[in-house]
Design a protein around this ligand. Structure first.
Ligand SMILES: [Fe+2]
Ligand SMILES: [Fe+2]
Length: 173
């Protein structure tokens, strides 16, 4: 068992907290950071590192599907019901999710050698960056104001994410 001090020395793991203990906004924000880091890793891979590219792309797509599904089933409806101000933002977010899922389905059905593979990952990363920016700057502040039980929603999101497995391209259409 590591002692508290040995844990706190680890710089790569800033928060020693299970995701089930985070409130919904903290958990979703942590997911955002994780997926941004994965896109950065992809950028750093060599042009012909096809196996690594495919593996990382699968990981990115899986993380995004888990995150988006949990948001759509648990977070967005709660915010939509609790805040009339957030309705348009939730609608916009759902349209952005649909566009991202379409691109994810294409990526999952491609080989890393395919000519447009890197371009699709790049466009996905740009779309996700834009979407994350809107959630964090507009939707999350409204959710905080709406007096939701964010801890309970966070627990439900963490559980739901564990249930969702690697998507197949067909499951996204
Ligand atoms: Fe989202
Ligand atoms: Fe999100």
């Amino acid at each position: 068992m590591p002692t508290q001090s040995s844990v706190s020395k680890s710089k790569s793991k800033p928060v020693q907290q299970k995701s089930g203990e985070l409130d919904a906004i903290a958990l979703l924000t942590q997911d955002h950071e994780n997926v941004k880091a994965l896109f950065e890793q992809y950028e750093g891979l060599g042009e012909r590192a096809f196996v690594a590219k495919k593996k990382l792309a699968m990981q990115i797509c899986t993380e995004l599907i888990k995150h988006a599904t949990a948001e759509e089933e648990l977070f967005y409806p709660a915010v939509h019901n609790a805040s009339s101000e957030a309705e348009d933002l939730v609608d916009e977010a759902l349209v952005e999710h649909a566009a991202a899922k379409d691109l994810i389905a294409q990526i999952l059905s491609m080989d890393a050698q395919d000519e447009l593979y890197d371009a699709k990952i790049k466009v996905l990363s740009e779309q996700i960056e834009h979407h994350i920016g809107e959630e964090e700057s507009e939707l999350f502040p409204k959710a905080r104001k709406a007096k939701l039980d964010l801890l309970a929603i966070g627990k439900a999101i963490a559980l739901r994410k564990e249930e969702i497995s690697v998507p197949s391209p067909q499951s996204l259409s």
